[in-house]
Design a protein around this ligand. Structure first.
Ligand SMILES: [Ca+2]
Ligand SMILES: [Ca+2]
Length: 94
């Protein structure tokens, strides 16, 4: 809160280190349940692009990484750029 907006957004890169890995899923869960620091870019942490940060985002990231789940929404985990769609328009179900 109050800091400059990140210039780069990668979906699911909750800790904004330009890589999507297990630490991002843990980061989200740590933030939500263990009083950890908020994600530098809340939009990036919203892995399922439903417009909020909750347990499903942490699970979504881990599911993508280890269970062959759907990739995080636009611009995707390997891209870097602004979210190109509206929250909730991911079309990934639910
Ligand atoms: Ca990361
Ligand atoms: Ca979400």
């Amino acid at each position: 809160m109050g800091g400059p907006a990140p210039t780069c957004r990668e979906s699911a890169d909750a800790n904004n280190d330009k890589a999507v890995n297990i630490t991002d899923g843990i980061y989200v869960l740590n933030y939500l349940f263990l009083g950890g620091a908020p994600p530098p870019c809340l939009e990036a942490a919203d892995a399922d692009n439903k417009g909020g940060i909750n347990i499903t985002d942490g699970i979504y990231i881990l599911n993508y990484l280890f269970q062959g789940g759907p990739a995080p929404t636009s611009p995707g985990p390997d891209a870097c750029g602004p979210d190109t769609d509206e929250p909730g328009s991911a079309g990934s179900g639910v």
